[in-house]
Design a binder for this molecule. Sequence first.
Ligand code: FNR
Length: 379
Amino acid sequence: QMDIYQSGDEAAKLLPISFEEWENRAKKILAAAPFGYVYGAAGAGNTHRANVDAFQKYRLRPRVCCDVSKLDLSISIFGTKFPVPFLLAPIGVNTILHSDGELAPAKAAAKLGVPYILSNVSSVPMEQVAETMQDGVRWFQMYPPKDHDLTKSFLKRAEASGFTAIVVTVDSTLLGWRETDLRNAYLPFLTGQGMGNYFTDPVFCSKLKEAPDKNVKEAALKALEEGNNTCFTWKELDFIREHTRLPVLIKGITHPDDAILALEHGVDGIIVSNHGGRQLDGAVATLDSLPSICEAIQGKIPIILDSGIRRGADILKAIALGASAVLIGRPYAYALAVAGETGVEEVIRHLVAETELQLAISGRSSIQEVDQSLIIKVK
Ligand code: FNR
């Protein structure tokens, strides 16, 4: 923060600071279709807007005259201590944003000690991402394939590459109605982008008539068909649970009854998410769902929230309402488009600095001290 103030005239040359600036810069840099892919949401965009607006229903109510000379943003999940209360969300097909693809956010996250969740539909295969992250904490997100052998293969590869948790995304068995992408007739996977994990998978490739590079579109369609797993039920989740020794989180829960079922089916963590409003338009905002899910889970497993997190205040509000941590989505995607690895680093640094300041000015010295007493509902 002081670096920025002291840089004076140099400040004009700095990278964006606010979410809105990153978004505007990304819009200028990217072609309309890839920008629309990130910005866009399902249907009328009502869920997307509701996610962001939900944070304004709460206000922080600071305490004063508290000793905040030492600050601790750390949290602990599955027995591992993380320096800050956020992780990078799985965002697929990063080569539409930057030529380094997923290597850029992976490196930025590893450098700053923030866990990175690699998307199933990453352009870069998981083994390469793992190598570039060295000891950096990484989780692997999976759109559960129809084929159990492919599921087992993904799980085995993730374990062998040092991923320490599996995130099963369950809100996307079918692609949402995304009007911007429909208008642009844009589905980047069909050119082979986002296929890094599929096209290098021996089980997947053994099912193709010819190698993926011989007929990219055909192979990509086959991969998408695997992910359109409309038969996925709790029983299928049991299969995943039985075939990995890693903690399993379920991503895309907004109903407390599903949270209870997830617990009964042995998941280790819940991610309250609606995919950033990209799937079910008109759906409930994640922050609005959070209290009922925390009530149902009673602290038995960690609950992480995403969709709509833009600033430090949002992070504190989600934690005050019962989340253990949050995921950062679009903010780092825009930064990746604007400045690659440096951009993602910048977004992480700003969020850390802002959250730390917010915590201190709220009169709290650690994330452990953030509870419902920090917020008041105003709408
Ligand atoms: C996503 N998201 C996502 N989720 C997932 O489980 N696997 C994936 O491959 C992707 N891909 C993806 C691409 C793009 C461009 C976006 C914007 C989002 C959803 C993501 O993990 C997260 O849930 C949302 O980004 C959170 O919403 P906000 O904060 O971005 O609004």
